[in-house]
Design a protein around this ligand. Sequence first.
Ligand SMILES: [Zn+2]
Length: 220
Amino acid sequence: MLAQGGRGSAILLLLALIGAGWLWLQLGQESAPRLSVWGVQGGAAAVGAVAGGGLSGVAQAQQQGRGLPSDARPQGNPLQAPNTVMTQGYGVGSHAPAAVWGGVDLAIDGNGDGAADPEGTQDHPVYATHDGVVKLTPNSWPGGNHLWLANDSYRTGYAHLAGYAVQDGQAVRRGELIGYVGTTGQSSGPHLHYDIWIYEGGSWVNVTPLEYGALDGTGQ
Ligand SMILES: [Zn+2]
């Protein structure tokens, strides 16, 4: 009897362990599909290179001041204009797959007809949506004049710029002017390609800028 009882308990324990493992797997999958691992332009190694200069200083300032995530976390429309329109959404067209190319294309409707207006968009100022350190990649493909803004937890990409208002390695705060909209690289007209990445579980993962206020103030 004793031996049999012991075996029964062992089987129950085994079943409980299997159940817990299954639940753990389900929970893990629940949080995974939203995003995926960044897989281009050198991946995490390239990001490490971006993070190489002076990031710790920024992070320390954050923790002493208003705290991480408020200013470190991307928030708002990088064009800061109520007549911003989205010319290509997240994860569609050239923004697919979102895990690699996810982002949104933003332009200005200068004449109020509801559509992007090249004259109103070209050279429009671009503003940092969070605190970070600048990494410039001029004349790249497909991003043209590209700008990364990175800190320990977040980074944002700004592509196809006409020009830069900051220098490589410069630390900037949210709201600072960083560049001007253009149509450099693989682009059919003046617009800002804007993307957001989060450092999570040891790698950078792409998220939709629409959940970080990219169209704030536009009524969209
Ligand atoms: Zn784009």
